[in-house]
Design a protein. Structure first.
Length: 345
């Protein structure tokens, strides 16, 4: 029995050894691997690329430029837009330096005079001023401010005188004139305006020919008037002064004035047909209900030659003083006008 178990153990050891030999055919019978038995059969190890010496004749490749660098997949490429071309901002005559102008106008129109809503006068006071207005005189001085803005100070004056026969009894500036009396009238209109002309469109102007400006103004207007009865006697036959019921010398003259100081707002346009020919239109005004109304506008054609500019056009001017006073004046004057300006540049 012991002998049979010994034989069986030897057989199992032999089978295990045979199986290990068949799993590694390169292993020699002596237990040494084939690589160790034949060192010439194993190729020498190659050095890694990092350990190879650099070739001094070959320069390293250049780094790719940012424009050639690969972009990540799925992300858009952002590039800056090209700059817009820049054009010079051209200033035309009247948009630089200083200028001075003088003008003449021939107004047409007849203002009216009347009592106000709060007047205690019982007689009629409504009359129309008579006479043809004298030549109106105007002047201006301008200062360029910035590229296309300007500050302009201007003024004008006109007057007229005439006679009419009173159809009814009249009370004018507190003086009473009986029906049928010849009454002489006169009036004077004075206007002074400070105007800041601000370029509104287009901006930038570049080389465009059109200008649109907003007008920010302060305007002072004074309207004075007077009345008289030139045919009524004021002296006796001996030359002595007539004495009235109040104990004072008789005098049929009466005078008074009304004035307005008001802001006015408006628009001004200019179109340059060429460097020497310009069309211009301005309009501004302001009204306070039940108080006063003030507006004026003008259009002109302007021809430039050297440092001078000749202008011709038409102006309309309207004023109504407060109707809440004892008396008020209202009228519109239409004036063909001509002017000459001198420019410093």
């Amino acid at each position: 029995m012991k002998k049979s178990a010994l034989v069986m153990g030897c057989v199992l050891v032999s089978l295990c050894w045979a199986q290990a030999q068949s799993a590694d055919p390169g292993m020699p019978a002596g237990g040494t691997s084939q690589a160790e038995a034949d060192p010439q059969s194993t190729p020498p190890a190659q050095p890694s690329p990092a350990s190879q010496p650099a070739d001094p004749q070959t320069a390293p490749p250049a780094a790719p430029s940012p424009s050639q660098a690969p972009t990540q997949t799925g992300q858009p490429t952002v590039s800056a837009p090209p700059e817009l071309p820049k054009y010079p901002d051209v200033r035309m005559p009247g948009e630089y330096g200083v200028w001075i102008g003088l003008g003449l106008a021939e107004p047409t129109g007849q203002p009216i005079f009347d009592k106000g809503h709060n007047s205690q006068v019982t007689n009629n006071s409504l009359i129309t001023f008579q006479g043809t207005p004298k030549l109106g005189e105007s002047a201006e001085i301008g200062f360029a401010m910035g590229l296309h803005n300007a500050l302009v100070v201007s003024g004008f004056e006109t007057r007229a005188a005439g006679d009419f026969t009173a159809a009814t009894a009249l009370t004018l500036w507190g003086q009473t004139y009986d029906q049928g009396v010849l009454v002489s009238t006169n009036y004077q209109v004075q206007d002074l305006k400070f105007s800041f002309e601000y370029l509104t469109w287009p901006y930038p102007v570049e080389s465009r020919r059109f200008r649109l400006k907003t007008l920010w103004q302060i305007q002072y207007v004074n309207v004075s008037s007077g009345f008289d009865a030139p045919l009524l006697p004021i002296t006796t036959s001996s030359g002595a002064a007539l004495i009235g019921p109040n104990g004072q010398p008789v005098d049929y003259q009466a005078a008074g004035s009304r004035w307005i100081l008001s802001p006015t707002l408006g628009l001004g346009t200019s179109y340059y047909l060429s460097k020497f020919l310009r069309l211009q239109f301005d309009g501004s005004g302001f009204a306070l209900p039940k108080r006063w109304t003030l507006w004026d506008s003008d259009g002109s054609v302007n021809i430039r030659f050297g440092h001078f500019e000749l202008s011709g056009g038409v102006r309309a001017f309207h004023v109504k003083t407060s109707t809440q006073g004892t008396y008020y004046i209202r009228g519109t004057l239409i004036s063909p006008q001509v002017s000459l300006r001198w420019y410093s540049r």
